[in-house]
Design a protein around this ligand. Structure first.
Ligand code: RB5
Length: 183
């Protein structure tokens, strides 16, 4: 079960630095399981200092929890446009990305290095970054996060391919509806 999110606008944890004003409108949903908790905390502090608005969806300790709950919560926030981007952390980044990707409209990408983080944005217009708290160091994770957030979607031929991902979701939904209501 997921508790009420902790919004840094309510806790006043956001940096007031004018140098960060341009980025202050960007809202980031953060979520992690117990294996991603420590890295999620590091990322949260880093992003708050950089002036982002953080919505922390938990978890808030190393007590064992289930990563699908948090991948789903991050994905739903992003698709509902309550957050602009999501960052989801579990042990490997894999389970939580699989869960987030079940939310229609989510394009979650696991990145364990700067190049895949950049390409996830440039080519795939990924809207959720998934990280492995047991895979990357804190320093690597910060570099990956900064790269992901600082890279724009390239569009062009990549837009056509991203559109085809949305087509898969639409077609699968339609066939599920047909299966439920035959004839
Ligand atoms: C939890 O032990 C671990 O399975 C989880 O964090 C994640 O790595 C799953 O993909």
């Amino acid at each position: 079960m997921i508790d009420k999110p902790r919004d840094s606008r309510e806790t006043g944890e956001r940096s007031s630095s004018s140098a960060t004003a341009e980025r202050s409108a960007q809202r980031i949903a953060l979520g992690a399981d117990h294996a991603g908790f420590a890295l999620k905390e590091t990322i949260r502090k880093h992003l708050e200092q950089a002036g982002y608005v953080i919505e922390d969806l938990g978890t808030w300790s190393e007590e064992s929890v289930d990563y699908p709950d948090f991948g789903r919560a991050v994905g739903e926030r992003v698709v509902a446009r309550q957050s602009d981007v999501g960052i989801a952390v579990c042990g490997t980044g894999i389970g939580i990305s699989i869960a987030a990707n079940k939310v229609p409209g989510v394009r979650a990408a696991v990145a364990h290095d700067v190049m895949t983080a950049r390409l996830a944005r440039e080519h795939n217009d990924a809207n959720v970054l998934a990280l492995g708290g047991r895979v990357v160091t804190e320093a690597q994770a910060i570099e990956i996060v900064d790269t992901f957030l600082g890279t724009r979607f390239a569009g062009g031929r990549h837009q056509r391919r991203v559109n085809k991902i949305a087509d898969i979701e639409r077609d699968e939904r339609a066939s599920a509806t047909r299966a439920k209501n035959p004839g």
